[in-house]
Design a protein. Structure first.
Length: 237
């Protein structure tokens, strides 16, 4: 997926970086090196796929930071594993893939939290559909997606889009509110499409009433190609 396609998910002040393709194991050495303080405990014992994903994600996040004007591109992790962007910047990292890794990152200097999630394009099985979508969501969205985006009209593909959208919402709000959310704690709703071929839109609604610091709803955008779906969410704080 191109940088141009991802840029359409966000406003102009959001910096987006990604590769035009994927990173296979034999090309990891070309990615930005990890500083000692950026290297997680036990990193060298991780499986090759996990190390490749981490390195690819950090590579794009560092490029996004530099493009946004950050004086340093060092990205640490906190106790929850959340990437710690330099003071004055916020961002989000995503990666997906098995034998090859697709990675992307977004960074902003605005007063905002951002969330980005990419998923390999595949139809999820029935048991995962029920885990991700409530009966109410499935009923409300029945037939709606066929009108908005016929290519994603099957329930397993709808669940994949909802999964990615909810993940993007969670990655957006968690660094600020630090509360765990399940898939049925939020509702995926109100799909819209761009008739000019741009990104689609969705709304994520918070269903819990015990999280006053969390936004009650946020709009996001999604885009897809033949390989993956990518969702982006912004919370202007």
């Amino acid at each position: 997926m191109s940088v141009e396609a991802l840029r359409k998910l966000f406003d102009d002040h959001i910096i987006v970086t990604t590769s035009s393709g994927t990173t296979p194991p034999d090309q990891v050495s070309a990615l930005s090196p990890l500083l000692p303080e950026e290297t997680p405990l036990g990193y060298n014992s991780w499986a090759e796929k996990r190390r490749r994903e981490f390195r690819a994600g950090r590579h794009h996040a560092k490029h996004a930071l530099l493009a946004a004007g950050a004086p340093s591109a060092c990205i640490l992790r906190d106790a929850d594993g959340v990437p710690q962007f330099p003071s004055g910047f916020s961002g989000s990292i995503t990666h997906t893939g098995r034998s090859k890794t697709y990675a992307a990152a977004i960074v902003t200097r605005e007063e905002a939290q951002v969330g980005l999630d990419a998923e390999e394009l595949r139809e999820l099985p029935v048991d995962m559909v029920a885990h991700i979508l409530s009966a109410k969501e499935r009923s409300a969205l029945d037939g709606e997606l066929a009108k908005v985006d016929p290519a994603l009209s099957r329930e397993g593909l709808l669940a994949l889009l909802a999964f990615s959208a909810k993940e993007a919402f969670y990655k957006c709000v968690f660094p600020r509110v630090r509360c765990q959310l399940g898939f049925h704690d939020v509702e995926f709703a109100h799909l819209k499409s761009d008739k000019d071929g741009g990104p689609g839109e969705f709304q994520i609604v918070l269903l819990r009433n015990d999280m006053p610091a969390t936004p009650p709803q946020l709009w996001g955008r999604y885009t897809r190609d033949g390989n993956r779906i990518v969702c982006g969410v912004i919370w202007k704080t």
